[in-house]
Design a protein around this ligand. Structure first.
Ligand code: CA2
Length: 146
């Protein structure tokens, strides 16, 4: 088994902790990486946290994960609501996929209520802030038996 979890983040999440703290909180993607590594590390699993504003780059990383990762945690951000291409890429990945949203998308605008990715995900977490990434990491570890 590849002892690595990919944590993929979509557009604008590079701004996490810098803008709109009332929705997304004060912590950054570096904080997410440190928190998840603290959970996975003692179980012998590495975290590779990546962020891109480009759909094709996220798809390339999902393809790379097919050979490099035992599971994927993904916050596709706005691509959640638009991208059949990301869904197709995830369908080619054999391990567990957990979808994370920092905010509760169901409490927000109607266009955020539908996710293409949820059709593939083993689990969906929304509204737990960045703690959602920690819960998702724990779930992947459980599902792969690490
Ligand atoms: O709640 C989430 O995690 C979202 O995936 C975030 C996306 C949004 O389009 C989804 O509907 C729900 C937006 C990410 C933008 O991230 C920012 C972070 C800080 C400041 C500005 C944007």
């Amino acid at each position: 088994m590849n002892r690595q979890i990919y944590i993929l983040n979509g557009p604008n999440l590079n701004l996490l902790g810098q803008r709109e703290p009332e929705i997304y909180g004060h912590e950054t993607l570096t904080d997410v990486e440190l928190r998840c590594a603290a959970i996975a590390g003692p179980r012998g699993v590495q975290i590779r946290l990546l962020q891109s504003n480009h759909e094709g780059q996220l798809i390339d990383w999902i393809h790379e994960a097919r050979h490099a990762a035992c599971g994927i945690v993904i916050n596709p951000a706005a691509f959640t609501h638009t991208s059949v291409a990301i869904l197709d890429a995830l369908n080619a990945f054999e391990g567990p996929v957990i979808e994370v949203h920092i905010s509760n998308v169901h409490k927000r605008e109607a266009f955020r209520h539908h996710s293409y990715v949820s059709a593939r995900a083993e689990g969906v977490i929304a509204g737990l802030g960045i703690e959602g990434y920690e819960a998702a990491t724990r779930r992947v570890l459980t599902l792969v038996g690490a």
